[in-house]
Write a protein that binds this ligand. Structure first.
Ligand SMILES: [Zn+2]
Length: 122
């Protein structure tokens, strides 16, 4: 079978289903990040919270979010696996933290050579 988004050949066991689409792992993770990243309520509340407290850059984040942000910034680009390994995070935990970092426009996803990396937002 083929990935509905990038057209890559995928093995039966490596496919993911997302809203009826068959996706490869990269596209699936990408989609899930995008869905969360585009949640208007979350973006609004994250931005408003930071504005009302006059925060910029890495200020106002939890220690864990700062650690992820610093790691991405210092390396330029990292895979989620690297971040998970470095900071000892579960898939669920990193998913949650990345969604917040994206809302605050600090970290974004970047595709290169079929791999998904995390890079600084600007
Ligand atoms: Zn794909």
């Amino acid at each position: 079978m083929k990935c509905n988004r990038c057209g890559r050949e995928i093995q039966e066991g490596d496919s993911y289903t997302h809203f009826g689409e068959t996706l490869c792992e990269d596209c699936y993770l990408d989609m899930r990040l995008e869905v969360k990243g585009c949640d208007p309520w979350a973006v609004h509340s994250a931005t408003r919270l930071r504005e009302s407290s006059g925060l910029e850059g890495a200020e106002g984040m939890t220690e864990l979010q700062k650690a992820i942000y610093e790691l991405v910034k210092s390396k330029g680009k990292v895979t989620r696996q690297e971040v998970m390994g470095n900071l000892n995070l579960s898939e669920q935990e990193i998913q949650k933290q990345l969604a917040i970092l994206r809302h605050c426009e600090l970290v974004k996803g970047h595709k290169e050579g079929g791999n998904l990396y995390l890079i600084p937002f600007s």
